[in-house]
Design a protein around this ligand. Sequence first.
Ligand SMILES: NC(=O)c1ccc[n+]([C@@H]2O[C@H](COP(=O)([O-])OP(=O)(O)OC[C@H]3O[C@@H](n4cnc5c(N)ncnc54)[C@H](OP(=O)(O)O)[C@@H]3O)[C@@H](O)[C@H]2O)c1
Length: 288
Amino acid sequence: MQIPTIKLNNGVTMPQLGLGVYQITDLNQCEQTVLTAINAGYRLIDTAAAYHNETAVGQAIKQTSVAREQLFITSKLWVADANYERAKRAINESLENLQLDYLDLYLMHQAYGDVAGAWRAMSEAYQEGKIRALGVSNFFPDQLKNLELMSNIQPVIDQIEVNPWYQRASDVQAIQRENVAVEAWAPFAEGQHEIFTNETLVQIGQKYHKSVGQVILRWLIQRGIVVLAKSVHQSRIEENSAVFDFELSDDDMQTIATLDKGESQFFDHRDPVTIEQIFGSSLAQLKE
Ligand SMILES: NC(=O)c1ccc[n+]([C@@H]2O[C@H](COP(=O)([O-])OP(=O)(O)OC[C@H]3O[C@@H](n4cnc5c(N)ncnc54)[C@H](OP(=O)(O)O)[C@@H]3O)[C@@H](O)[C@H]2O)c1
């Protein structure tokens, strides 16, 4: 099945659904998973320096018969490299790891560190043709606005957590209003709160002969969101991409809206204690 594309604000098109490879730490498995996804019709692959599997993604790209220009490869700048000098180096390292001349999309992974300096390095790589589109991840609308106001290069996308438990209606609207695309990470909330057996989602799926995973991805797509689904299983990889042949009714969209728990299923990016615990040691490297 052909996966539809969306047009980003710089004119580049990207697939509306892709494979994420977070937590696929076994490099052979990562390589095989990427190949399986490409064979199933996926073209968007989402990795990051912090996932430590860019080399495996690169190996898969090298092996596939699908032409490089048909693929859409995303990587991300980690917090420990979030300043001008380090970002310059990190971009080249990601390209080397992936064995690529250019990235289709490169994201600032978190809104921490020397955001302005890192964005300047990313902008230079964009202007040099090493990156086709620049974006951010985990930026709240105010942080996105700040970046837009201080730079001549507007981010094309903001990759944020969005799933039935954390629906973020106002954040999604605010980001999309800026003509910046929203890309959902952890669309399945990594299975938390028994999402795959949730009765409401199961019942909606039965109406369309679709699985819960397919209902969730379709619900996101109908909100105009780009989705990343991670699976290492061929059957699920195929299942997750079969979401362009049905449409959820307005009633079903609204029923899913009632499932919102209104908070991140992972951690609060706005809590200083959490920021220090999770990003403190990475940020400390910027002082070296
Ligand atoms: N920017 C960021 O900060 C950030 C953070 C997290 C994730 N991400 C990106 O977003 C991608 C997706 O998020 P995620 O990997 O955290 O979580 P996710 O996609 O919400 O959930 C993945 C989990 O769901 C299972 N699964 C997948 N499809 C299924 C299906 N059809 N039926 C039943 N179970 C299914 C997978 O198991 P199996 O693999 O065993 O099938 C895996 O355990 C990541 O891979 C990464 O690229 C970005």
